[in-house]
Each structure stands twice: as C-alpha cells, then as structure tokens.
Design a protein around this ligand. Structure first.
Ligand SMILES: [Zn+2]
Ligand SMILES: [Zn+2]
Length: 417
C-alpha cells in the first residue's frame, strides 16, 4: 500500500522556494487585524491558481478556498493572518519596517506571533493537495482568518455567514508556531490553550470635597475593597487542582488629593481552561462587584463591559489521537505531546459554529542548535524569544517544511484513508 502523505509530500521539494519567498514577503509586509487586505489577496490569488473555488471578504478580509475531489471527508484547515503593533528588532534582511497610522498616531507592525508561518504553511499544503489529487478523496477547505489577536476574526467570519459559504467540515485543523526547536510538532488531547476574558468595570459613587466624606459615596474605597475581595475567587472558590488566573491590571479613579471622584474604572483579565470554570469565575466577579457596590450604598449599578474574549481551546480527543498517530508515522522522534499553554486563541469558534470536532497543535520555530544550547545552560526562558516579542523570528527552515508537512499529513489522516 502506498502512503498518501508520502505521495503528496513528494511534491514539497518543488514548491519549497515558493513557500519561502511567500513567507519572507508576508513577513516584510505585516498587517494588523481587520486590515489584512494584501495578505488575504495573496492567499486568495494563490488558491485560485491552484484550482480552488474562492470566496473573499468573509467577515472583512477572511478567505475560504474549496477544493472538491470526489466523495469523502471534508477537512477544513485554518490559518490566521494578522500581525501585531510591535517594532521588529530581529535584524533580519526581511525584517518589517512597516508603520501604520492609527488613532494613537503612528505605530510599528510586525509578524511577532508567526502568523506568516501559518499562512505560508497552509498555502503550501493547499498547493500540494491540488497537485496530487489522485492520492486522496474528499473536500479540502483552506480558511484564512483575520484578526486573531483581537479575538474577533473568527466571530466576524461566522457572523458573515461562514457556515453557508463553506461545506460543513468533518474536522477542523489548525497549528501555531511556538518557541520550541524547529522541526518539533506537538499535539495535545483535551485542554491546550486557556480562555482569556478581559473586562472593564465602571463603579459609580458620588463625588464630593475630600474634607466632606459624609456627602460622598467613595468609589476609590469601593474599588479597593473589590480588588482585595476578588483575590478570593481563585483562592477560595476553585479547587486546588483547577488552574485559573484573575488579574486586575488597571485601576483608575480621581484627579487630585482633595476631590472624591464620581467613578472608578477597573480592568481585569481572566484565564481559565474550561467552560465551567470560566463561567463560574465570571459570575463570581459580577457577584462580588455588585455586592461591594451595594455595601457602599452606590447610587447606580456598576457597568460591565467584556472588552475581549477568547474561548478555551479544548482539542477533540479522537481527532487529536488520529493526528498524533499520523505525526508519529511521518515525523518519528520529532512528534511530541505538547504542554498546555497559557496563551489564547479564537480558532475554536469556527468548529463550534459548524458543530465539528477540531484539533490544534504546535510546531517549533527556534533554531534547534540555539535551543539545545540554551537548554544545556538552563537559560531557555531568558535566551529564547517568545511569541509577541520584538525578536521572535522563526528560522525559515525547517520551520516552513514542518508547517507545510504537518498540515498536509494531518489533512490526509482523513482525506487519504
Ligand atoms: Zn499572538
Ligand atoms: Zn498567534
């Protein structure tokens, strides 16, 4: 029996330099979330050249490419396209010098999260599958998602009719480049990435002269009590085995020493790993804030605004097992079980909209020798740049080969059987 993955990936040598060129081009021209016009056009034009049926402008700049190849499973592979407001300091010849103007003035833009690797990897995979249609059957859907970093790109595509614009997938696949040695692939069944919720809470008091507290309801005291009381959510309301983080990252009230202000604003960030814990922690925050406002005699109810929201990424057990098996067969010793990550992703909204299972895995992007050296010295956390840092730049190879092959091998675990 021939192995469909090896048959399809025999085409990798012929497309490698195109994938590398695309990657360097994307890296040099990063675009912030909701503005990925150039990146989306590159992806859409490529898919059309490979014979895909392409829908553009889904949820802003989202792209869907469908390659139907007879009866069989439908596999959707997703890549995010957006970059970050970071000034690149990698010193690479293809480093970004892009600046964009925003409300807050000029800001630098960099592919500091490696989404350019994901785009180039998926374009490569889409091309290989189109070039070896005899080796598989079914339908392959390549989906390029905007605005992952803002946590609203997947929802934007869904709100714009994604489920009507794409065939329903039997499985959704996605990958992220992380600070592991290049060549590494890591799967994880179950909880992989945390949920992240950011809240802005406005507390209303009643202002007065600082010398006349009897005329005031002091929102500074209210905010202080709330910050302290919120510390009990994780320590007193969750089991010791349930991980969660609740941080009050910002607190603003008042303008001078002798004025009691009218209001105070808190900004919170919450990380959890499953839906039950997530909703429990969010409910506890609201309960405590309302009760403290009541306790102070606040003249008006507090206001809650969810400023960003990422669901937990909980990989389907069966789909992950299938991909892990295919990775072990293809990558051998480079196939690992990945550790859970405290980062967050909105990718899982897409399979959720279709009611489809998904699996999301990690690939490494750090020069393996550099990584091994840091491991020997015990300085991985100091010496190895992580995603979102100004010096995070995956090595071109074997990162891109791994990105293309991992997505192809995973897709063929359904399409090639
Ligand atoms: Zn990121
Ligand atoms: Zn990312």
């Amino acid at each position: 029996m021939t192995d469909p993955a090896r048959t399809v990936l025999a085409g990798l040598d012929a497309i490698r330099s195109d994938v590398e060129d695309l990657y360097r081009d994307l890296h040099r021209h990063p675009e912030l979330g909701r503005r990925e016009h150039r990146t989306a056009k590159k992806a859409a034009d490529a898919l059309r050249r490979f014979g895909y049926e392409v829908t553009e402008g889904v949820g802003g700049t989202g792209v869907i490419g469908v390659l139907a190849n007879g009866d069989g499973p439908v596999v959707m592979a997703r890549a995010d396209m957006d970059a970050l407001p970071v000034r690149e300091q990698t010193g690479l010849p293809y480093a970004s010098t892009v600046m964009v103007s925003d409300d807050g003035g000029e800001q630098p833009v960099m592919h500091a999260c490696g989404h350019d690797v994901h785009v180039a990897g998926l374009v490569g995979c889409a091309r290989l599958l189109a070039g070896a249609k005899d080796a598989w059957r079914g339908t392959f859907v390549a989906l390029f998602q905007p605005s992952e970093e803002n946590g609203d790109g997947a929802d934007a595509m869904i709100d714009d009719g994604l489920t009507a614009k794409s065939p329903r997938p039997d499985v959704v696949l996605a990958q992220h480049v992380l600070p592991y040695p290049a060549g590494y692939v890591g799967t994880r069944p179950g909880s992989f990435l945390s949920a992240a919720d950011s809240l802005r809470i406005t507390l209303h008091g009643r202002g007065a002269h600082g010398s006349m507290p009897q005329a005031a309801v002091d929102p500074v005291v209210m905010a202080a009590m709330i910050v302290v009381r919120l510390q009990t959510v994780v320590s007193r309301e969750l089991a010791a085995t349930t991980p969660a983080v609740l941080t009050v990252g910002s607190i603003h009230a008042g303008s001078g020493p002798n004025i009691i202000p009218d209001s105070a604003v808190l900004q919170l960030n919450v990380r959890t790993y499953d839906d039950t814990t997530r909703s429990g922690v969010l409910r506890a925050i609201e309960r405590i804030v309302r009760a403290e406002c009541d306790a102070s005699g606040a003249p008006k109810e507090p206001e809650f605004e969810r400023t960003s929201s990422f669901p937990p990424t909980v990989n389907d057990e069966d789909a992950t097992e299938r991909v892990a098996g295919a990775f072990a067969a293809y990558f051998g010793d480079d196939a690992h079980t990945a550790e859970p990550q405290t980062a967050s992703e909105d990718m899982s909204e897409i399979p959720r909209a279709f009611g489809a299972p998904f699996t999301y895995w990690a690939i490494g992007g750090i020069d393996p020798e550099r990584y091994a050296e840091a491991e020997r010295k015990g300085t991985v956390s100091q010496d190895i740049p992580v995603n979102h840092s100004a010096t995070f730049a995956p090595v071109v190879q074997p990162t891109l080969d791994t990105g293309v092959s991992a997505m192809t091998v995973a897709a063929l675990a359904w399409l090639g059987s």
